[in-house]
Design a binder for this molecule. Structure first.
Ligand SMILES: [Fe+2]
Ligand SMILES: [Fe+2]
Length: 314
């Protein structure tokens, strides 16, 4: 057993443009950091499967049901890749996936709010999968962890399909006033949840090593800008209202309403009249998890528990 590398040794390797390939190339700080970011990614991919499956039942025809199920299948594949990388780093993934308390899961809060119509599903594809695409695209381009970088070639292509699926349905339905209104209602609660998705603003962020070690390339605020730079113009083009605009003087996308804000998750409503809240209050909501957290995690864990019982009987 080798002594673990120091942070300086890892940084030297990175500065020499060599990728980190396995635990032997990592310091304890690098290992903990990469495990943290991989767990968020793996959990997000996996929970999107029951979340999208829940919504697929509202598909208007067999073709769109097929596309929704194909997306669920892709997400399971993406989750498999990320958990497999975690297992190679010594994580007990059976424990992590099948026995972890639902409130300890690390995916974005948005997936805890159930998608209860086909409109909400296609907006999720246009917004949430776009967020995934921005985050993973950045990791694909910039990460110093070689095995993840290579695996993301496939994931990147499939995420493009997911967000195009959302975009195409938005374009198809938007000209019809009644359909436009239904989509707008979904956008009203889903837009800010996706702006929130990118996490704490840079000045409040704790895990500085994510950039130092090059787990990813861009900061939370930069990625939020990347997302808004395509999501907002899409909405504007299709005459959907979103509380954001491009500010010429600062060359940045700006949110026009109270942000971050309190969210009434039962009625899927932002309490904007109450004004902005602190990010601490947002973190409290995230940590408590939302309405479908227990149901979606249980759905993932149920089959494994049944299998374990069957094996005991045998
Ligand atoms: Fe995915
Ligand atoms: Fe996706």
């Amino acid at each position: 057993m080798h002594a673990p590398l120091t942070d300086t040794a890892v940084l030297e390797r990175i500065r020499a443009h060599k990728l980190v390939e396995s635990v032997e190339h990592m310091s304890p700080t690098y290992l903990e950091g990469i495990k943290r970011i991989l767990t968020v990614s793996a959990d997000t991919e996996l929970i999107s499967a029951p979340a999208y499956l829940h919504a697929a039942r509202f598909a208007p025809n067999i073709n769109s049901f097929g596309s929704a199920i194909a997306i669920v299948q892709d997400e399971l594949g993406h989750a498999h890749i990320a958990y497999r990388l975690l297992r190679d780093l010594g994580v007990d993934t059976e424990e992590l996936i099948y026995r972890r308390d639902p409130v300890k899961w690390k995916y974005p809060y948005a997936f805890d709010v159930p998608l209860d119509s086909f409109y909400e599903l296609v907006v999720a594809n246009a917004f949430y999968d776009r967020a995934g695409y921005c985050l993973l695209g950045d990791i694909y381009t910039s990460t110093t962890f070689g095995p993840w970088k290579r695996a993301l070639t496939k994931v990147d292509k499939e995420e493009t399909f997911h967000l195009r699926h959302g975009e195409q349905w938005l374009r198809k339905l938007a000209p019809d006033p009644a359909e436009h209104e239904r989509l707008q209602n979904a956008i009203n609660w889903m837009f800010l949840l996706t702006v929130e998705w990118f996490g704490l603003p840079d000045d409040l962020k704790k895990h500085g090593e994510q950039l130092g070690f090059g787990f990813k390339g861009k900061s939370n605020d930069e990625l939020r800008q990347t997302w808004m730079s395509t999501a907002v113009p899409l909405c504007q083009e299709l005459n959907f209202n979103v509380p954001a605009h491009y500010d010429e003087s600062t060359k940045k996308w700006v949110v026009d309403c109270a942000f971050p804000a309190a969210f009434d998750e039962k009625n899927k409503l932002w309490l904007l009249e109450d004004g902005a809240i602190t990010w601490d209050a947002v973190m409290t909501r995230w940590k408590q998890r939302g309405p479908s957290n227990a149901e979606f995690v249980a759905q993932v864990q149920r089959g494994n528990r049944g299998l374990a019982r069957l094996l005991e009987v045998a």
